[in-house]
Design a binder for this molecule. Sequence first.
Ligand code: ADP
Ligand code: MG
Length: 601
Amino acid sequence: MTIRRLPESLINRIAAGEVVERPASAVKELVENSIDAGARRIDIAIRDGGKSLISVSDDGSGMTPDELQLAIERHATSKLADDDLFDIQTMGFRGEALPSLGAVSRLSIVSRPEGADSAWSITVEGGAVSAPQPAAHPRGTRIDVRDLFYATPARLKFLKGDRAETAQILDTVKRLAMARPDIAFTVRDDTRERFRCDIANGDLLDTRLARLGAVMGREFADNALRIDAEREGIRLTGYAGLPTLNRSNAMQQFLFVNGRPVRDKLLHGAVRGAYMDFLANNRHPMVALFVAIEPRSVDVNVHPAKAEVRFRDAGLVRGLIVGALKHALAEAGHRASTTVADAALGAVRPGMGSLPYGRSGGGSYGYRPSTPSPGLAASAAAFQSPFGGSALAQPSVAPSADDTLSQGSYPLGAARAQLHETYVVAQTADGIVIVDQHAAHERLVYERMKKALGETGVARQALLIPEVVELDESAVARLVQRAGELQELGLVVEAFGDGAVLVREVPAMLGQVDSQALVRDLADELSEFGDAFSLKERLEDVCGTMACHGSVRAGRRLNGDEMNALLREMEVTPHSGQCNHGRPTFVELKLADIERLFGRR
Ligand code: ADP
Ligand code: MG
């Protein structure tokens, strides 16, 4: 056996295997270098998904010819001034990226520092370094990586198609751009500009929101709650989307630690915990969170690509995230995202639905009010009169004189009608609100139940005549076994002979209950839970089931007082804008929106 020292070029190629996995990782390294160099604008050009060319230009500090030569040497860096690995303030610090790229591509750098009268260039090809040459270039640096992995065909084979590699590159740049609203970014490919974000003006939080909107979409910027919290010297800022703005995967959840985009399980776990009450298991909120922490309390040197971090006190960070998100969500109260109204309008916009009397493109009505619309408020009272036939339930609220209610003192307005025994229509100061009474009621029952459990206990209401519910024996056994837990939730049942239970009391908050159906459904639900969960852990489901049999469930006629009571309670109940599964409980349409629907605007 012969042990020998490997040649430098081979060492670099081995290192490149870890640092530069694909074109996107090369882009990441180069852009991070530009950020560390203090650039204010960074322009990226790629060809063939980055495989034939990646070019990154910046207006940063630049390098002198001597620095150029050092920069491409292994473990040469300007960023660890005190040799202190525990106090990292920059994106880079390992001094590996440029030599690695030089080992697996044709690398050329042209750079000019502030005040120098010329630029210099240097090239590395398959590890062979040229002497620096004078060149023409404005202040800053351009680094070109050509024919990535030409020297390592095995790696080349693992790359995906151009389209997929381009998508990865865009994702990488966007993540970096989210953290730095003070830097302008562009990405071009062979044919066109693929991404651009300019520098926005304003204070940090505003510019950050503008930048997040540019990357994550306007929808996010319009429906995000500002997060700003601190615990033991760790600061958490950023934005969290309303629960009704949700996605089918967690791709739109971003975490940054001291400006560095990281992928971290801790984040996803914490976010899931915070939104648990508002979203179904398979839905995911959108968030962008920024942790500012003393560099000594976090280790970024976990992996060569630096995409993971290790916190000294992970529990603390998790607690901070969960606490801050929950707090923000509670403050958001009954607010539901604007996307809900947009979607609703999209659905009713003329020409898009399938109205029986045919479609009309916009503008083909030939009807325009000659005077500017006085707003629909005046005619709102007439809303019910053209209907009232068999298609719709008889409106149960008179368009009463109770105008104080509609004058905007209540955000959810005054109930005007109930449609299909399911939807409550209310008039607000500047629009209408349509409430899904069942979804709303489910949410209210859940929130009331939670509150009652935490405080005085759930109030019960004794049935005048205890109800006998016949069930199979195993269902009876399950109910009796859980009788103590059920009693805490306001439901008192006891065994009654072999195949039945006796219901004595029900949760008062449910109003009139069909206790037969409730107990049957609960028994079914218990069999699905198995024994592993306590009912409190499954409170959402239990409350959902209970609400189904309460008095405000879908399909029940409500009178005016009941409807208004529902609206008032929604207004004061936290999180009432969405049901237990993240669907909205109400839709609000502004008069302006409705007027636009009818071409009045
Ligand atoms: P690291 O970023 O870990 O220091 P790199 O290999 O990425 O290692 O870069 C080596 C050095 O080259 C950096 O420390 C920096 O001094 C210099 N450098 C790289 N890119 C640029 C750039 N765009 N502008 C100015 N200096 C740069
Ligand atoms: Mg670097």
